[in-house]
Write a protein that binds this ligand. Structure first.
Ligand code: GTP
Ligand code: MG
Length: 198
């Protein structure tokens, strides 16, 4: 898929206020600072679309973007941001859970995972929760430019091993770098196939 247009639509904290259009939707989620906004900008080829920050917790709302006037891309706040207050964290968690479980047109959740880290409890818990709720998801490893290919292979193997403790098979797995645009075509083509099937 070629991205011709990518436009911001609306930000909010209530799934009921999300756009009503019944078009395919794809959400990006993961721990704070994992690189969600950077990945979105890389995919659509616009560095300024989603706000990026060196500080974790930058994205605090459900952000809808419309791509090629055909599908919604959604940038979500990061989970597990340790420095946010408990009240703030609970609030985010509640509206993200409500959004994920109620949004009928949501076709796939891209769960971003930092390729430099060992499997994180919070990520495994989140993916298992998606499974329980029967929400389709894929694993997207980010920042692969920051480690060697052997270190990457080792971390991917650890993740796969951990996931196979809970799952019979793995969901789709993507490896990406927002610096080099590695993984861009694969993710966009994956979205394209789902859209054509809708
Ligand atoms: P929150 O909105 O705070 O939850 O963060 P986020 O997940 O949207 O992360 P964001 O895209 O803002 O990136 C966080 C930091 O990681 C920024 O300093 C980015 O420049 C950096 N970063 C993101 N992706 C990559 C990547 O693929 N490679 C490298 N080297 N740095 C990256
Ligand atoms: Mg962000």
């Amino acid at each position: 898929m070629k991205v011709n247009t990518a436009e911001f639509v609306i930000s909010n904290t209530d799934y009921k206020l999300c756009p009503k259009d019944d078009i395919p939707e794809f959400a990006f989620i993961g721990r704070s600072n994992v690189g969600k906004s950077s990945l979105i900008n890389m995919l659509v080829g616009n560095k300024g679309l989603a706000k990026i920050s060196g500080r974790p917790g930058k994205t605090q709302l459900i952000n809808h973007f419309i791509i090629n006037k055909q599908w919604f891309l959604v940038d979500l706040p990061g989970y597990g941001y340790a420095k946010a207050s408990k009240v703030q964290r609970d609030k985010w968690e509640r509206f993200i859970v409500e959004y994920l479980t109620n949004r009928k047109q949501l076709n796939n959740i891209f769960v971003l995972l930092d390729s430099r880290l060992d499997p994180q409890k919070i990520d495994l818990e989140f993916m298992n929760w998606c499974g329980e709720k029967q929400l389709p998801f894929s694993m997207v490893f980010t920042k692969i430019d920051k480690l060697s290919s052997s270190a990457l292979a080792k971390n991917l193997a650890k993740y796969k091993k951990e996931m196979l403790k809970y799952w019979e098979e793995l969901p789709p797995v993507f490896t990406t770098s927002s610096e080099s645009a590695f993984g861009k075509e694969k993710i966009l083509n994956y979205i394209d196939v789902i859209i054509k099937d809708c």
